[in-house]
Design a binder for this molecule. Structure first.
Ligand SMILES: C[S@@+](CC[C@H](N)C(=O)[O-])C[C@H]1O[C@@H](n2cnc3c(N)ncnc32)[C@H](O)[C@@H]1O
Length: 260
């Protein structure tokens, strides 16, 4: 299991939904719906089903297969479906992706996943989707940019250390971290896909207090593991960031790769 908890995923979902590029989401939905009767979308690293919910009414008349290695999250995803709706759930480790996981798909989706993954995983996925002419919609790939308002003198150091931590092994080998969008663009372009990208930054404001607090905790915990920022400076930074939730922009990119 990967250890993502539902509280974190629930808190980030409204920020994620607000951040997703609406044009790429519409284009992904239109591509899926054009796939004949009840086309299949396979959501990799589905968590509790945020991507399925982001598709909203675009998901009507389509089928979904949710894939995750955490059975608790899959259970939560199913429990949140409206009455009468069903999805296929597959408990699987993506680091050993069995070919049948994507069988029959018209569209593979993922959100907040590829920054955890390795270049090898992305290249391999692009090759498999290319062979089968399956499209990819990959939302919310962290790009390494974090801008706080008001700024703090230690921001730059904290973000640099956080970004280095992002490239550590998250189960797939060295992670792409902030390089995920570029790796997706390169790999899918190489396989002949028509690749479109769009920014999808989080813009956290004072009212996102609970998400902001957990986000700061996550940044502090990651940075502390790097030993790259003196603990007194990190403590000072964290105290200031917890005091008053500032405005914070966190860079992400969405990617849509359609077979030509
Ligand atoms: C940051 S969460 C994103 C969840 C969901 N897509 C969302 O946007 O809310 C990453 C998800 O990838 C899943 N995951 C991470 N490593 C995995 C692996 N090796 N195999 C399958 N799922 C994995 C986690 O369990 C988690 O649900």
């Amino acid at each position: 299991m990967s250890g993502f908890d539902t509280r974190w995923l629930d808190l980030r979902e409204p920020a994620d939904h607000a951040a997703r590029d609406p044009f790429l989401l519409d284009a992904a939905g239109a591509y899926l719906l054009a796939g004949g009767e009840a086309p299949l979308a396979v959501d990799l690293g589905s968590g509790t089903g945020s991507t399925l919910r982001a598709f909203g009414s675009r998901a009507k008349a389509t089928r979904w297969r949710l894939v995750d290695n955490d059975p608790r999250l899959l259970e939560a995803a199913v429990s949140r479906l409206p009455d009468g709706e069903a999805v296929e759930r597959v408990e699987a480790d993506l680091t050993h992706l069995a070919p049948d996981v994507i069988d029959g798909a018209r569209l593979v989706t993922a959100s907040a996943l590829f920054d955890l993954a390795s270049r090898g995983f992305v290249n391999d996925l692009a090759a498999r989707l290319g062979e089968r002419r399956i499209a990819l919609y990959a939302a919310l790939n962290y790009d390494g940019g974090m801008r706080w308002e008001p700024p703090h003198p230690v921001d730059r150091e904290v973000v640099a250390a956080f970004n280095r931590h992002q490239t550590g092994d998250k189960g797939f080998g060295p992670a792409l971290g902030p390089g995920a969008m570029e790796a997706l663009r390169e790999a899918f372009t190489e396989q002949g896909f028509d690749v479109r990208v769009a920014p999808s930054p989080w813009r956290l404001a004072a009212e996102d207090e609970a998400l902001h607090a957990l986000f700061v905790d996550g940044v502090v915990s990651a940075v502390a593991q790097t030993d790259e920022v003196a603990s007194s400076r990190l403590d000072d930074w964290a105290a200031r960031r917890r005091e008053t939730p500032p405005l914070c922009k966190v860079g992400h990119w969405d990617v849509l790769a359609l077979p030509r």
